[in-house]
Design a protein around this ligand. Structure first.
Ligand SMILES: O=P(O)(O)O[C@H]1O[C@H](CO)[C@@H](O)[C@H]1O
Ligand SMILES: O=c1cc[nH]c(=O)[nH]1
Length: 237
């Protein structure tokens, strides 16, 4: 096992779906995968491996925020040789262009985190999605007309409760669609390890209109995003 994941080498599939919520991981494994077995319960951050249409797929909880997510992503890439990680998260819509329960595929992720300021010595870095996964996710979403899907920038915040929410306006004015808490560091780590990453998020709450979903809905009802992620993972060139 690695420091934070209780799996033996070989127990984690090359493709990992990566929700923040460990109970969403459990729901995904039990709902979408065949023959899913739990390989890790360390800290309650569940990890499962099963198959989808005959291909091995794992689902691993990441926890909330870039520091927690980065622990699991580092160990998945370094200790389990994972090739592709697809984050399947929730996000808050920052603009009325996006509605509650829409799906946002993140082409890139801005951030207020100091992680990349440290990593790149003050130079800006543009964390972007793997193009093959992004294209495959877009193609999969295009075959699901019942789901409204957007491709664009998201903002990975270190603060769920921002002390300065007014700063988001400039981000929205420059095309940012939604806010979540992990994609920027995930894209950066994938680049470091030479692996693939994509973040797909369902809008769980709307910062402009005030609409929101319940914790039970965030855990167990974002099925379209999971379907898009699985199809993308298994068809990406
Ligand atoms: O639903 P998940 O995947 O956890 O994603 C979002 O939800 C959490 C905040 O409620 C943060 O982790 C944010 O990124
Ligand atoms: O990080 C997040 C996730 C969902 N909704 C938000 O407002 N922020």
């Amino acid at each position: 096992m690695s420091t934070h994941i209780g799996a033996s080498p070989g127990q984690v599939a090359p493709t990992v779906l990566f929700p923040g919520d460990p109970l969403r991981a459990k729901w995904i494994a039990e709902t979408f995968l065949d023959d899913a077995t739990c390989y890790s319960e360390v800290r309650g951050m569940y990890g499962y491996t099963g198959t989808w249409n005959g291909t091995p797929v794992s689902v691993q909880g990441s926890g909330m925020g870039q520091p927690s997510m980065a622990i699991y992503a580092n160990e998945l890439f370094k200790d389990y040789d994972v090739a592709s990680i697809i984050r399947v998260g929730s996000c808050g819509a920052l603009t009325e262009k996006v509605a509650i329960r829409d799906v946002v595929i993140a082409s890139g992720a801005c951030t207020d985190s100091a992680k990349n300021t440290h990593r790149f010595g003050g130079y800006d870095y543009a964390p972007v999605a793997d193009f093959g996964l992004l294209r495959a996710a877009y193609d999969a979403a295009s075959e699901m007309p019942e789901v409204t899907t957007h491709v664009g920038l998201i903002f990975s915040s270190d603060s769920f409760y921002s002390p300065r929410p007014e700063l988001m306006k400039a981000q929205v004015d420059h095309g940012v669609l939604a806010v979540e808490m992990e994609a920027s560091a995930l894209y950066t780590l994938a680049a470091q390890y030479g692996r693939r990453a994509l973040a797909i998020c369902t809008v769980s709450d709307h910062i402009v209109t005030g609409e929101e979903t319940t914790s039970q809905e965030r855990e167990q009802t974002f099925a379209a995003m999971i379907e898009i992620a699985l199809r993308a993972a298994l068809t990406a060139a």
